[in-house]
Design a protein around this ligand. Structure first.
Ligand SMILES: Nc1nc2c(c(=O)[nH]1)N[C@H]1C(S)=C(S)[C@@H](COP(=O)(O)O)O[C@H]1N2
Ligand SMILES: [Mo]
Length: 316
């Protein structure tokens, strides 16, 4: 659970934490059984704002936006994470017992230095950076979140993809015991996403291990998730266990499920509607008035060159 970057996590602290978590669950159950639940659980279940979950952020301020940030509460209580539920408002609760330690991320395929990283070692390899990004779900809601993490490109420099690598494939953990959504066949589990090599190494492409200075809440994709701010949210795969460098374009979960509605590129584009709804506007979490959606989610200046000469209606 802990991603402290200080070297001295005492084992007693970890034990305390485990006991604490169990106690919280116990309190919740007792409260519910006693029939005094409803108002209380939200408080007890909120993973947020525990001081021991603070991350040590080294680089700040390079990526800011002149836009109002979404509150932590909104970003952590309205989620898409089909491994837990197809609902959006119960994922924080349903993911409370999701264990994110021990956790490994294997980097494989066409790389000179394939390796299976322990998550805590992986995180220590990079100076953690804060990036405030716009994030746009394909379902026309959006948010502005300060993610904490490191650029995927920095990891790529270490593992050294070979010239055979043309795409990167990311895979989420498969564990139906902990992820109740995986017990039904709404998607072909595990969740898979992918990027072209130049998209993967683009400086905006980010591996997030936290948000708002805190260790990533389970519901937002702990312990490590992708954030690609110019693409629809479904590209930003959560709870990653494998990163594979491959030659062929990977078959990603949503393309496999509904290819007419979800493409591999999934670049935010107000002019290309989803077959069932318009993409021209969006609702920021916590706000009422809708906003106009921008091409590439407002990141055209940085990323449009990646798609020069491509028909964005065809490659949606
Ligand atoms: N493994 C996995 N990753 C996922 C999803 C999912 O269901 N499973 N949902 C995606 C979608 S559709 C969105 S909009 C974002 C939501 O991220 P958030 O909950 O942090 O807002 O996660 C993406 N990553
Ligand atoms: Mo989404």
């Amino acid at each position: 659970m802990l991603i402290k970057r200080v070297p001295d996590i005492k084992s007693s602290e970890i034990t305390d934490k485990t006991l604490y978590m169990n106690r919280r669950q116990f309190i919740f159950r007792t409260a519910t059984m006693a029939g005094v639940g409803l108002a209380v659980p939200q408080l007890l279940f909120s993973t947020a704002n525990h001081p021991e979950k603070k991350l040590q952020v080294k680089v700040r301020g390079k990526y800011r936006l002149e836009e109002k940030m979404t509150s932590f509460k909104n970003a952590a209580s309205y989620n898409n994470f089909y491994e837990f539920s197809t609902g959006k408002e119960d994922i924080d609760r349903l993911s409370q017992n999701f264990r994110t330690r021990p956790w490994t991320v294997s980097v494989e395929g066409h790389v000179k230095k394939p390796k299976t990283y322990d998550i805590d070692d992986l995180i220590k390899m990079f100076p953690l950076e804060e990036r405030v990004y716009r994030f746009r779900c394909v379902e026309a809601w959006s948010m502005v979140v300060p993610w904490i993490g490191f650029p995927l490109g920095d990891l790529m420099k270490i593992v050294e993809p070979t010239s055979k690598a043309k795409y990167v494939e990311f895979t989420t953990l498969y564990d139906p015991e902990m992820m109740p959504g995986q017990r039904s066949r709404i998607l072909d589990w595990p969740y898979v996403e992918g990027l072209r090599m130049d998209e993967a190494s683009h400086p905006l492409t980010f591996m997030a291990v936290g948000m708002y200075d805190e260790v990533m809440p389970n519901q937002n994709g702990a312990p490590i998730r992708l954030v690609v701010p110019w693409k629809y949210g479904f590209k930003s795969i959560k709870s990653i266990v494998r990163i594979r460098f491959i030659e062929q374009m990977p078959t990603t979960s949503w393309v496999k499920a509904i290819p007419r509605e979800y493409g591999f590129y999934a670049n935010v584009n107000p002019k290309v509607d989803h077959p069932r709804w318009s993409q021209s506007r969006e609702r920021r979490l916590g706000e009422f008035r809708k906003k106009k959606t921008k091409i590439f989610n407002g990141y055209a200046e940085q990323v449009a060159y990646l798609y020069a000469g491509m028909d964005l209606r065809k490659f949606y």
